[in-house]
Structures are given as structure tokens and as C-alpha cells.
Design a protein around this ligand. Structure first.
Ligand code: TRP
Length: 330
């Protein structure tokens, strides 16, 4: 299965057995620096393509920096999208005192950063560290948190809608209202749509159970839908696309994984590469080469245009000339 499991199978199983049962019963799997090993604890809000890719990047880069299984213990925790699991995991990390915590996604980072102030935290797949109040500033965090942001080109993602649907007049905007990462991108998308003369019709959700109804409520009124990197919606793209396909409406998204899951297209950050960057930062901290307080938050390196050709066929929409070099997925 996942590559990291080879390091952590025991830790993950032990942790899975504890997850959801109790807040922090006894010491967490591993314990700090057992047998002279470094101890890194990873918290991820849920499983979905982008976050899994970032996670793998971190682990691969740690290995590249010499942190092989004999030198490091990696405690992988996934909250399965549940806020109370996030809190339980954060309490266990606080008790276990790892050398570094890697937090994947904004909600995961916010939960550990609220709970833990004396252990370095490296965040990855985080839209905006400053707005999420994880750091005082991106240049000089001034807290125990640093990492790599995943600021994607929201304006260009919205432009895709206009290029695929010439003459579009109304854009649907869907996201989970409690995710600050989504709020930020929604704000950008709203503004850009207005600049393009589009009317914006919004439908927010509070959890996955709302997605179908929210999509149905706007699908008949819009020419295309835009969804930012929203963790809740990303975990249920097929539910969304089932509704929009039936209505003949394309969906443009904030990340490649969401296009792989069935949305029409994205211009996406390479999440695996952001993971590699975060892995380097983690290794630097483990080696005493830096502290989050003074390590600037990094920007992602590359962008890729990605289009789901199965979805374009279902919708009967041609891929515009402007995207002829896009990566096509099924
Ligand atoms: N940007 C999101 C956050 O800050 C995390 C994320 C990265 C994401 N890639 C994604 C969410 C793709 C949904 C889909 O939490």
C-alpha cells in the first residue's frame, strides 16, 4: 500500500486502535527518540489525492536526507475528516513529544498549533499560513510553525470556466464555509469573476452530506462551477460530479487530484513537490539547522494544467486550444 507503511505499520496500527477511543491514554506509539532515533509525527486531516501526495513527498525527502527506517520513527495519523479525531491526535502528539510534527492541510495544522507551542510544526498543503493564524508573517513566522503553502492560481482556474464555456454568464461557487483555506480562495474567485463580468451563485456546505443538495440547488442556474482546494468537497468529488454531469455543467477545481476524481480541469500545484520541500524543512529542523520561528514559509514551485478527458467527453465539451498542452487524465 502506501510507501510510508513500511516504516510505520506498527505505529499506525497501534494508533488506529486508539483513534476515536480515548483522548490520550498513555504514551503514543514510538515515544521520543527511542533508541536514539528521531521521532516525527504526521497529522493529516483525511485521505485524498493531493494530501496523500504531499505526505509521500515529505517521507521520500526525509529518506533522501538519510532518515531511513533505522534512524527515524514516523507516526502517521489520519483523522478521517473528523474534527474530534484531529483533537485526539493532537493531544497524543503533545504527550508523545516528537522532535517535529508535520501537519497536512489547514485544519490539521490549526488543531496541532492550537494545542502545541513547544514542538516545531512543519505545515504542508496549507493555503495561507498567515490568514490561518499559524504564523505572524510568512517571511518570519515568529511561532513554532513554518512550512510550504499551496497557493494555486485561483484567477487562472476561474478563467478555465470562461475558456471552456464561451459566453458564460454565471459561475457557481461551492466550498465548506468552516475552512479558512476555502474562504480565502472563494474571496479571490468572487472578485475575479466580478472582474470578468460573471454573476456568482454560491452554495456552501458544512459536511459531505450537504454536497449533493448544494450542487442540485445551483446546477440549473450556472454555466460552470468553481471549487477551491476544499477538504470536505475534495473528499466527495464523485458525488458532486454526478449531479453536475446530469445537468451538463463543467466543474473547475483548485487541485489536480480533484480533476483525477472526475472534475473537468484545474491548474494545479504539484503537491508531491511541496511535500519534498516540507521534507527538507523537516530534516533541517531535525539537524538543528533552523527553527520555525525564523524559517520563512515557502511557495510551491510548479503548476500543471490538468484536464479530465472522460469528463470532457461526458459533457461533450471540446478542450480549448489554450489548453492543448494540458496533462490529460481519464
Ligand atoms: N489547501 C487545503 C488546505 O489548506 C489543502 C489541500 C491541498 C486540498 N490540496 C487539496 C484540499 C485538494 C482539497 C483538495 O487545507
Amino acid at each position: 500500500m502506501k510507501q510510508w507503511m513500511k516504516y510505520t505499520a506498527a505505529a499506525v496500527l497501534a494508533a488506529a486502535a486508539l483513534a476515536g477511543l480515548s483522548g490520550c491514554g498513555g504514551s503514543s506509539a514510538g515515544g521520543s527518540a527511542s533508541g536514539g532515533k528521531k521521532h516525527v509525527a504526521v497529522i493529516q486531516i483525511m485521505q485524498h489525492g493531493s494530501l496523500d501526495a504531499a505526505n509521500k513527498g515529505v517521507i521520500d525527502q526525509l529518506e533522501k536526507r538519510g532518515y531511513t527506517a533505522d534512524k527515524i520513527e514516523i507516526d502517521q495519523q489520519n483523522a478521517q475528516g473528523d474534527q474530534s479525531n484531529l483533537k485526539n491526535i493532537a493531544s497524543r502528539f503533545k504527550h508523545a513529544q516528537p522532535d517535529v510534527i508535520v501537519a497536512i492541510s489547514t485544519p490539521a495544522a490549526q488543531t496541532v498549533a492550537n494545542e502545541i507551542h513547544d514542538i516545531p510544526i512543519v505545515g504542508v498543503a496549507i493555503t495561507d499560513f498567515e490568514t490561518a493564524k499559524l504564523v505572524k508573517s510568512n517571511e518570519k513566522p515568529g511561532t513554532n510553525v513554518t512550512g510550504v503553502n499551496d497557493r494555486g492560481p485561483v484567477e487562472e482556474q476561474v478563467d478555465m470556466g470562461v475558456k471552456f464555456v464561451p459566453g458564460a454568464k454565471r459561475m457557481g461557487l461551492m466550498y465548506c464555509a468552516s475552512e479558512v483555506n476555502s474562504e480565502i480562495q472563494a474571496g479571490q474567485a468572487r472578485k475575479h469573476a466580478a472582474d470578468l463580468g460573471l454573476e456568482v451563485v454560491e452554495a456552501t456546505v458544512s459536511n459531505v452530506n450537504d454536497i449533493q443538495q448544494a450542487a442540485e440547488s445551483i446546477a440549473g442556474e450556472v454555466d460552470f462551477i468553481y471549487v477551491p482546494t476544499d477538504n470536505v468537497i475534495a473528499s466527495s468529488i464523485p458525488t458532486l460530479v454526478k449531479v453536475t454531469d446530469a445537468a451538463g455543467i463543467p466543474v473547475f477545481v483548485g487541485a489536480d487530484s480533484m480533476a483525477r476524481d472526475g472534475a473537468l480541469g484545474s491548474i494545479s500545484v504539484d503537491f508531491y513537490k511541496t511535500g519534498l520541500q516540507a521534507g527538507d524543512m523537516t530534516a533541517d529542523i531535525l539537524e538543528g539547522k533552523g527553527k520555525p520561528e525564523t524559517m520563512p514559509v515557502q511557495d510551491p514551485a510548479d503548476l500543471t494544467v490538468i484536464i479530465n478527458k472522460t469528463n470532457s467527453a461526458i459533457l461533450g465539451i471540446e478542450i480549448p486550444e489554450a489548453y492543448k498542452d494540458a496533462v490529460l487524465v481519464d
